[in-house]
Write a new protein. Sequence first.
Length: 122
Amino acid sequence: MDDDLVLVVTQLDDVTADLVIEELNGRGTPVVRLDPGDFPHAITMDVHADSGGLSGAIATATRLVDVTTVQSVYWRRPRPYTAPGLTGDDARWAIDQSRYGLGGVLAALPRAGYVQPSMEGP
């Protein structure tokens, strides 16, 4: 796990984010790309909240992110949460729970500042 990590929240084929990641890598800044559309089937998390704040990790297929090391989040066009194999009310419920779970953890990262391109809405 790396200190002072930048979490790039975007889809896999975002070429603009690729340029940002390339620049950060060139500067020696640790970077992890994460797409909420992959949660919970390809992204998992084991995060705990207590009086000391958040602790734990988010795991992608290739990386493990200690939530206490995330210093910045670059939020750019991630895919929406999904519920593969579910339909109707079950899918809506699963998507809402994913958004509240992973989305809540991302919103509460203890040290992270957010960067979002101004051309996109919240």
